[in-house]
Design a protein around this ligand. Sequence first.
Ligand SMILES: [Zn+2]
Length: 173
Amino acid sequence: MASLEFTRRYAMAHRLLATDSPKCAIPHGHNEFVTVRLDPVGAFRFSDTNSAAPFEAVKQRWHGWIDGHVDHTLHLREDDPLIGFFRANEPQRLSQIMTFPGDPTTEALAACFYLKLSAFVEAERLPFVVREVRIEETPTNTVRIDRENFNPAICGLSPRSWPWRADMSINDF
Ligand SMILES: [Zn+2]
């Protein structure tokens, strides 16, 4: 089987508080592209269909999550006081807030995407592993997480948090 790669676009906003940058501390948005690469567990072999396992299921689930649950979300650190504002004033919008331990950087987002997609692949029992997640934050700035530089087992994210779950969640509210 051959490797698979697919790309999706979404809009998001975030702000970074620990980073010493006044520019990044004000909520601002990006139109981003996420490209994921899945590698087959086995090697390609000629067969009747000559195509990979039913990856359409996981692709649909992934793009459904990006389109319906990630697009137009606000990314905040778990202790950002803006979360208290939404809880008190606009609780109906909490489902559009994605949370992170620490600043919601593009690196952290790529790691969360990697874990979420891995959870989807596992839930569908697909013979693939997530090889790489790439986020194009701007046309000149891309962040890449791959199996060489990211190890889920020691990434430090609580095993109960949303990226590990094969559901549509983007926070643990
Ligand atoms: Zn930004």
